[in-house]
Design a binder for this molecule. Structure first.
Ligand SMILES: CC(C)(COP(=O)(O)OP(=O)(O)OC[C@H]1O[C@@H](n2cnc3c(N)ncnc32)[C@H](O)[C@@H]1OP(=O)(O)O)[C@@H](O)C(=O)NCCC(=O)NCCS
Length: 139
């Protein structure tokens, strides 16, 4: 997961994740593998009883446009519903991709304050240039 995420991060496409952060949150991740190779990953991170974030959606370049990213987002949404979490959000540079899954753009300031705890560690804080999207789930 570290490799695909940070290769896109190096190109400015998403935020870097430290190896320690990936290990600490490894239970959050869904992974698509081919043998030992990770082709794609995505994480559902629980922020609060009624709030979770879809994060680190990364599909290796040679595996894109095959429906893998869509499967990963769908499985994150499914898990959020199963856990009874009413709202999911994401912060991304690819809002049009997430809009395909019913997430809608919102002003970042509308996100619950709990979301910002992680942002303090981001090198871009407080000048976040990602787009916030949110979806309420029927749970
Ligand atoms: C964005 C990304 C996750 C898409 O993954 P993917 O596996 O190529 O996407 P899929 O093949 O599942 O595409 C599903 C649908 O989304 C569309 N789509 C794919 N990438 C898109 C994008 N960047 N913007 C808008 N739509 C996109 C596809 O055309 C497809 O549409 P369709 O259902 O109408 O045919 C992938 O390109 C990626 O990893 N990019 C680099 C990292 C990144 O930007 N992650 C974003 C979140 S942090």
């Amino acid at each position: 997961m570290h490799r695909p995420i940070n290769s896109f991060a190096d190109k400015g496409g998403m935020l870097r994740r430290a190896l320690s952060e990936i290990y600490e949150n490894s239970r959050d991740y869904f992974v698509v593998r081919q043998g030992e190779r990770v082709r794609a990953c995505a994480a559902l991170h629980i922020s609060w009883s009624d709030l979770a974030e879809i994060k680190s959606v990364a599909v290796a370049e040679d595996s894109q446009q095959q429906g893998i990213g869509a499967q990963l987002v769908e499985v994150c949404l499914k898990e959020a519903k199963e856990l009874g979490i009413a709202t999911v959000f994401c912060l991304t540079y690819q809002p049009a991709f997430f809009e395909k899954f019913g997430l809608s753009q919102v002003d970042k300031m509308e996100l619950p304050r709990k979301v910002w705890t992680e942002c303090y560690r981001c090198p871009k804080f407080p000048d976040c240039d990602e787009v916030a999207l949110i979806r309420n789930l029927e749970v």
